[in-house]
Ligand binder design. Sequence first.
Ligand code: BGC
Length: 253
Amino acid sequence: MPAVKSPKPVFGIDIGGSGIKGAPVDVGSGVLLAERVRIKTPQPSTPAAVTGVITDLIRQFAWEGPIGCAFPAVVQRGVVRSAANVDPSWVGADAAELVSKATGEMVHLVNDADAAGVAEMEHGAGSGVDGVVVMVTLGTGIGTAVFVDGILVPNTEFGHIMLNGKVAEKHAAAKVRRREGLSWSEWGQRVDTYLRRLEDLMLPNLFIVGGGVSRYHEQFFPELTCRTPVAPAELRNSAGIIGAASLAARRLF
Ligand code: BGC
């Protein structure tokens, strides 16, 4: 997927279940122009509380300019349509508009896994890969992004397929490993069951596994038995920030 050509930097923000991270991004190269800042996600993570944190975040950088946001839910044209890991009062809210009002800047807002996937396709593990690529982010929940010859099919939400009688993300997200005190190998086997299920449904050419936990891929990749090649995300925890900025540049410039 060719990177977007943009002369202007964009501020990328990744809103997650546990942290809200941001940094200015050079979207052409996918490089952060300053060290990213992380602020704990407020609880409850209501629209007012989260937009307050975003305003603080961009103030820390004295940022003036366009903003790309990654949000952990289904997002259609800036409007939030689900809330598995954020406060339910977001459902139906025009999040792009709310962040824009709070910051006074132009805002483009997309699903977090879609943003991370775009960054990996442009600058990371999926760069130059054709066919069907499935990015899976393992964090508070499970996010997915599907690409067909580099084109994103947005809001796929395959973290919510059923696995062993449970919603998959309740069985195999990174948070579940910590909450249930699973060893890397026990949890890796759950990730394997999940990937094999996705493989049966989609026959991808490549899986990219992301989320903060991808830093520890050597601990759980040995459990993976699927036939599809699996690559760790290369941009790690910055993928959401970079992809959100890149998608904003495509839309806003
Ligand atoms: C949400 C997805 C999101 C994923 C990762 C899931 O619970 O439904 O929209 O991408 O968590 O944050």
